[in-house]
Design a protein. Sequence first.
Length: 197
Amino acid sequence: MLEKAVNEFAKLPGIGSKTAMRLVLHLLRQDAEAVECFGQSMITLRRDVKYCSVCHNISDSDVCSICADVRRDHSMVCVVENIQDVMAIEHTQQYKGVYHVLGGVISPMDGVGPSDLQIQSLVERVAQGGVGEVILALSPTMEGDTTNFYIYRKLEKSGVRITVIARGVAQNDELQYTDEVTLGRSIVNRVLFTGKI
């Protein structure tokens, strides 16, 4: 039973077998009520958290709180790789538009192609009208740049303004690990995307 619990924890990203063992032993030292509360919170998380039908951010309803907020600028759509990037940009308090979460970046080496991401739903969202600017806020890696270029090619004839965050974010850095000031300035000082990598 102990081994099974350790194996389950070890499946989590960044958790090796030694850390998994420490976590399991920690839970065994807690009273039963605390462990049951922990377990129930994981079950509730998996059962009740959904993906927003508009932007694919996590939500506890069909449309997330950002997309439902009438005070946000819905004509500006910031395209990000993942939910952590939404959180990172929100912490800067510099962006008042809405988001579109791709769920990754194009990476042939990892077997991730455009059809594995939420790119087509972005194209459809723009085609519905009301979007004036698409901000490409993907990490400045080869995969991020490739994805930016692919999205640019899909949207270039749509008439929307396509911008990319300023390169205050260092090459090959993950967006979610960039400090808030640098990330905030990158959003504010975004530049027109020309389709060149």
